[in-house]
Design a protein around this ligand. Structure first.
Ligand code: PLP
Length: 397
């Protein structure tokens, strides 16, 4: 099979790792580099023009989340938003002994923040996930203790796309009078995210997952949520997050949120139709291939597929050489030898987890891209399987 060269088509199925900046978003942010370059804290007009860009973006982010603008704090991305919520809320909570509940299938931005708190003496319970990639709210309820201060359950999982029962978990948190943080990095802009319906006290989003650049994100903090800053400096962002604002990035994030909000329903339908056709095509053409989390509520763009007897990293490289970008597990843990903790948490054996690939479609994915992937993947899977001593070709009858 031919290797890819620049004249050939390239298809990008790794939008959960990052998305390209939408050209319209780029146009919106460009003036904030050389023309409207002021510091948003300066009182002169150059500064105030930058300030109005930031405040318009705050409204746009709030509109996507069903929040009020003054409940939005800009950060450097999803990781910082999760850290600010979790560390900040736990630090501000009262009590000698503090307990936090999180899910085993959280992104490392949440999981490792909780692990770090555990090293500092906070008790942490990681609740399991069902084999379908969905958390049982009863497990959260049963993990509650008198000293529980925070529940962290993600909205949509980054590897499987599975959507968690956050509304029910929000009710459990409210009844127990415990703060509730949700990581909406993979759901915002793909499915409706409404902080009132979810009943969360804090919610994290990231720019580069929704066609804004890397290095900008936001944290929703419900009015009245007691929190402490995790960085110290000036009085920016209502004393919640010091540091001169990344004005161009913030403007881009606002614009991306507005675009996502106005096209959410139509885009979600378009993507789920493409994703479903892709999954059906793979299952039909690749013996033993199976889709993980298929019967659970899912984000419309994510396909997580196990292709037994292949080695995931080898498949990613083989597909890359032929023009298709996809990933194994979470992008951040690619290259690590250990199988994805999310896949092991849903009960996969290490060999199965290593034979699992994530294909995440995006707003620039076309029907032709799906055709291309469906033409490519079965042959590459077959070639790799032939290298496996365990694989026996199905015999035609
Ligand atoms: N949370 C989830 C669910 C993610 O998928 C990611 C990124 O992959 C993050 C948090 C981290 O976001 P960022 O890359 O903006 O730090």
């Amino acid at each position: 099979m031919l290797e890819w060269h620049p004249a050939m088509k390239r298809v990008y199925f790794d939008n959960n790792a990052t998305t390209p900046v939408d050209p319209e978003v780029l146009q919106a942010m460009l003036p904030y580099f050389c023309e409207i370059y002021g510091n948003a804290s300066s009182i002169h007009s150059t500064g105030q023009k930058a300030r109005s860009g930031v405040e318009k973006a705050r409204e746009q982010v709030a509109a996507l989340l069903g929040a009020r603008a003054n409940e939005v704090t800009f950060t450097s991305g999803g990781t910082e938003s999760d850290n600010l919520a979790i560390q900040g809320i736990v630090a501000a909570a009262e009590g000698e002994k503090k307990h936090v509940i999180a899910a085993k299938i959280e992104h490392s931005a949440v999981r490792n923040t909780c692990e770090a708190l555990a090293e500092r003496g906070v008790d942490v319970t990681f609740v399991p996930s069902g084999g379908d990639g969905v958390i049982n709210p009863d497990d959260v309820r049963n993990a509650l203790r008198p000293e529980t201060v925070l529940i962290c359950i993600m909205h949509a999982n980054n590897e499987l796309g599975t959507v968690q029962p956050v509304e029910e978990i929000g009710r459990i948190a409210a009844e127990a009078d415990v703060w509730f943080h949700t990581d909406a990095v993979q759901s915002a802009g793909k499915i409706p995210v409404d902080v009132e319906k979810i009943g969360c006290d804090s919610l994290a989003i990231s720019g580069h997952k929704i066609y804004a650049p890397k290095g900008v994100g936001a944290l929703y903090l419900r009015k009245g949520t007691r929190t402490q800053p995790i960085l110290f400096g000036g009085h920016h962002e209502r004393d919640r997050r010091p540091g001169t604002e990344n004005v161009a990035g913030i403007v881009a994030l606002g614009h991306a949120c507005e675009m996502a909000r106005t096209k959410l329903e139509a885009e979600s339908e378009r993507l789920s139709a493409l994703r479903n056709r892709f999954e059906q095509g793979i299952v039909a053409a690749v013996p033993h291939a199976r889709v993980n989390g298929q019967n659970a509520p899912r984000t419309p763009n994510t396909a997580n597929i196990t292709i037994p007897f292949i080695e995931g990293e080898a498949m990613v490289i083989a597909l890359d050489l032929r023009g298709l970008s996809c990933s194994t597990g979470a992008a951040c843990s690619s290259g690590a030898v250990a199988p994805s903790p999310v896949l092991t948490a849903i009960g996969m054996q290490p060999a199965e987890a290593r034979a699992t690939l994530r294909f995440s479609l995006g707003k620039f994915t076309t029907s032709e891209d799906v055709d291309f992937a469906l033409r490519l993947i079965p042959g590459v899977a077959e070639q790799l399987r032939e290298l496996s001593p365990l694989y026996k070709k199905p015999v035609a009858v």
